[in-house]
Design a protein around this ligand. Structure first.
Ligand code: PHE
Length: 444
């Protein structure tokens, strides 16, 4: 339709330097605390095996199609998540979907920064040899005393947000792309190494049994909603982060392949984290459903017993902090890209102002765990699924077949794959999410 505008905006907005740079950045957005921190504790809460299967089904049937829809909307419009809807359907309420994304970015980053701060604190603890010789109970107390100390949490959260702001202010070229190329593969290999270690511990059998054997009696509609919310959270879907990242893409990147790689990579890391955590949970006699402190209470105990544990522990939390940062960056980028594109603000001041506002908005989450839980629930069970529902409806029903099809070039998608995706995005995704909401309403 409007061939000139995207090219002009591409030049002024910056672009990924290569297809690989984009895939790594999107993988960086997806892989983060959602995989290593949230996935194991939610899996623990919902009884293991059955949850993992439902989760994988959600990723395949709903996650990947919506990921492709977001990439399509981004690349087609070269706009932020509000501008994407505005340019495709001007002067319609669909622009609210984009707004919802900006709000979700605010809400998620506000408490994400708190957990990011915990990780930074744990880097400091590992480096200062804080875990050596500690018992399981003592390590648990260490986490509880952090979680019960708002001032300490806000201090670390502030540091985490300063790092996030610093990178986003640099722009996508210099800021976001570079580190991903090194750190993501290193995190993956460290997780693999930790898995090899965890699988040799006493609790390995029990841990694997917990993770792999489905006990369907423990699965409930609430568990399905959690699995779906976790899939959106972990894949960075339902709020325009992937629309925004896709908007910096040129035509040469294969969207279908990218969506697949990102989703598979993200899921592999989450399951890998499960393989590390649950053997250790059973080895050290911890509670699998122990909640948000799970990884902070299991891993340090094993680091304290491992030869070279100070080094391994520090490296692990350092890489996790990096993974958290690459996700936080994409959350802040959604908000910042809106103000730059739609309001004509400058990148640096916008990033500083918005980052600070989000930090302040996050202080209550650091101070009261009830607020933290509320924000997490609001984001994963309401905002992201609702955003994803709207994105699926918009792509599947509002855009015409021609508008969808023409964005894909020949080599990118076969007719068969396109037909399958259309079916999923038009029927399966909206119905799955809507059913969950209907159930929720009846419960409420
Ligand atoms: N996917 C990120 C993670 O797993 C969190 C995130 C959610 C990032 C939504 C962007 C958008 O940690």
């Amino acid at each position: 339709m409007n061939d000139e505008k995207p090219t002009a905006s591409l030049l002024s907005r910056g672009n990924w330097s290569s297809g690989l740079g984009f895939v790594l950045a999107a993988v960086g957005s997806a892989i983060g605390l959602g995989n290593v921190w949230r996935f194991p504790y939610i899996t623990g809460k919902y009884g293991g095996g059955a949850f993992v299967l439902v989760y994988i089904a959600c990723v395949l049937a709903v996650g990947i199609p919506i990921m492709l829809a977001e990439l399509l909307l981004g690349r087609k419009t070269h706009r932020n998540c509000v501008g994407a809807f505005r340019s495709l359907r001007p002067a319609t309420p669909w622009v609210l979907t984009g707004w919802l994304g900006v709000v979700s970015g605010f809400v998620i980053l506000s408490y994400y920064g708190v957990v990011g701060g915990w990780v930074l604190h744990y880097i400091y603890l590992s480096l200062s040899d804080g875990f050596t010789g500690k018992s399981t109970a003592e390590v648990s107390v260490m986490f509880e005393s952090l979680a019960g100390n708002p001032l300490l949490q806000v201090a670390w959260q502030t540091l985490f947000m300063i790092l996030t702001i610093g990178i986003v202010a640099g722009g996508i070229h210099s800021g976001i792309e570079r580190g991903n190329k090194v750190m993501m593969p290193v995190l993956f290999f460290l997780l693999c190494a930790l898995m090899v270690y965890a699988l040799q511990t006493r609790g390995a059998r029990e841990g694997l049994d917990f993770l792999l054997r489905p006990r369907w009696e423990q699965m409930s509609p609430a568990g399905v909603l959690e699995a779906l919310g976790q899939a959106f959270f972990s894949l960075s879907l339902g709020m325009g982060a992937i629309i925004t990242y896709g908007s910096y893409l040129g035509r040469e990147t294969n969207l279908v392949r990218s969506a697949f790689y990102i989703a598979v990579g993200d899921t592999v890391v989450a399951v890998l984290a499960g393989f590390v955590i649950f053997p250790l949970v059973f080895t050290f006699g911890l509670e699998p459903g122990g909640g948000p402190g799970l990884i902070f209470q299991t891993l340090p105990v094993s680091f304290s017993r491992l030869p070279g544990g100070v080094l391994v522990g520090s490296a692990f939390f350092f890489l996790l902090a990096f993974a958290a940062l690459t996700s936080a960056i994409s959350l802040l980028e959604v908000v910042v890209a809106y103000f730059i594109d739609e309001q004509g603000w400058k990148r640096r001041p916008t990033t500083c102002i918005m980052g600070t506002v989000i930090l302040l908005f996050g202080v209550p989450s650091a101070s009261w765990s009830a607020v933290f839980d509320f924000m997490d629930k609001l984001a994963t069970q309401y905002l992201l699924p609702f955003g994803a529902l709207l994105i699926a409806l918009f792509t599947g029903w509002v855009l015409s077949h021609g508008e969808r099809r023409s964005e894909f070039h020949q080599a990118e998608i076969s007719d068969f794959t396109y037909g399958g995706w259309s079916l999923l995005i038009r029927y399966v995704c909206p119905l799955a999410v809507a059913m969950i909401f209907l159930h929720l309403l009846r419960v409420l």
